[in-house]
Design a binder for this molecule. Structure first.
Ligand code: ADP
Length: 301
């Protein structure tokens, strides 16, 4: 197969592994720097150019679109879909998963366990929001944050109120969430491919940090997940419409709660912690599923 890898940085571990896994299986992988693609919207002959060449003849496209380029990245992916190329994750599903509020609303609607969450734009009554999620301590998150940046813990009522006011002063959209203390600064990342969790890891924050993000100095290790965690992760990915997803969960007293569903999960932490060849499994999934015009939306979404 001829596969396009939409990625800005070919040197990232995840991207190198995907190229290696594809080539080992005899496929031709082209790394395409998303922002350098030029889209031609012509009605009868949709087309794209990359460094002067027409992007034609691809069987599949693997989107690895960073959060900062979601807008242009999903437009390029949509154009591949219009041209009938099979996407590992569809553009509509990626856009959906990038909107934290929309994602949580969709997951809640389908009965997925979530931390109790309230959403506010600006408020003159922060106490009311804190009350709504059961009182301090609460976690406050910037809707536009990623990799743990913009996630803070309001340990007391007074601290939480002033944080909410500070974000309000900046006109930022925030989520206020029940603090899952019993998770002990550890979260679980499940790598879902199709209808299976193929690998998982637990991430633990550095000493004194309740955030377990690897980008914030957290460390990854192996974990055995429960059948309930497994089915929650698979359902969450399916609800978002993602073929491949990283589902982040916390172990709450009343069962797993989902924090986020990531459409471009990093492979380094999870492959090293689990010892599983996740990149190989992604390529195998493409081999099984890639057929021309096999997207639900063909770029219509
Ligand atoms: P980001 O998308 O920026 O990574 P997350 O929502 O995943 O933000 O939060 C970052 C980290 O903070 C999580 O990995 C988790 O360890 C911790 N965390 C987030 N929400 C909660 C919560 N409600 N209770 C306890 N810990 C949380």
């Amino acid at each position: 197969m001829k596969i396009a890898l939409l990625a800005r940085n070919p040197k990232l571990y995840s991207h190198k592994r995907l190229v290696q896994a594809a080539e080992e299986r005899g496929h031709e992988m082209h790394i395409i720097d998303t922002l350098k693609v030029v889209i031609n919207l012509a009605a009868h002959k949709p087309d794209m150019k990359y460094l002067g060449q027409n992007l034609v003849g691809f069987d599949a496209v693997i989107p690895r679109i960073g959060a900062s380029i979601t807008f242009y990245g999903t437009a390029v992916l949509r154009q591949f879909e219009v041209m009938g190329v099979y996407p590992l994750n569809e553009s509509v599903a990626i856009s959906r998963s990038r909107d934290k509020l929309r994602s949580l609303q969709l997951l809640a609607r389908k009965g997925i366990g979530l931390p109790i969450t309230a959403f506010a734009h600006t408020t003159t009554k922060p106490g009311e929001i804190i009350e709504m999620v059961g009182g301090a301590p609460v976690v406050i998150k910037l809707l536009e944050g990623t990799q743990g940046i913009g996630v803070v813990l309001g340990e007391t009522e007074a601290a939480a109120e002033s944080m909410i006011q500070a974000f309000g002063g900046l006109k930022a959209n925030i989520l206020v969430q029940e603090f899952i203390k019993e998770a002990g600064g550890t979260d679980i990342r499940c790598l879902v491919i199709g209808d299976k969790v193929v690998a998982s890891m637990k991430r633990t924050g550095k000493e004194g940090d309740f955030r377990s993000n690897l980008h914030q100095g957290g460390s990854a290790s192996m974990i055995k997940i429960t059948p309930e965690e497994r089915s929650t992760a698979v359902r969450a990915a399916k609800i978002m419409g993602l073929g491949v997803a990283g589902v982040d969960m916390l172990r709450a007293n009343h069962g797993p709660v989902v924090m986020e569903v990531n459409s471009s999960p990093g492979l380094e932490g999870v492959e090293k912690a689990s010892g599983i060849d996740v990149a190989g499994k992604i390529i195998e999934y493409i081999e099984k599923n890639a057929k021309p015009n096999k997207t639900k939306t063909r770029g219509k979404g």
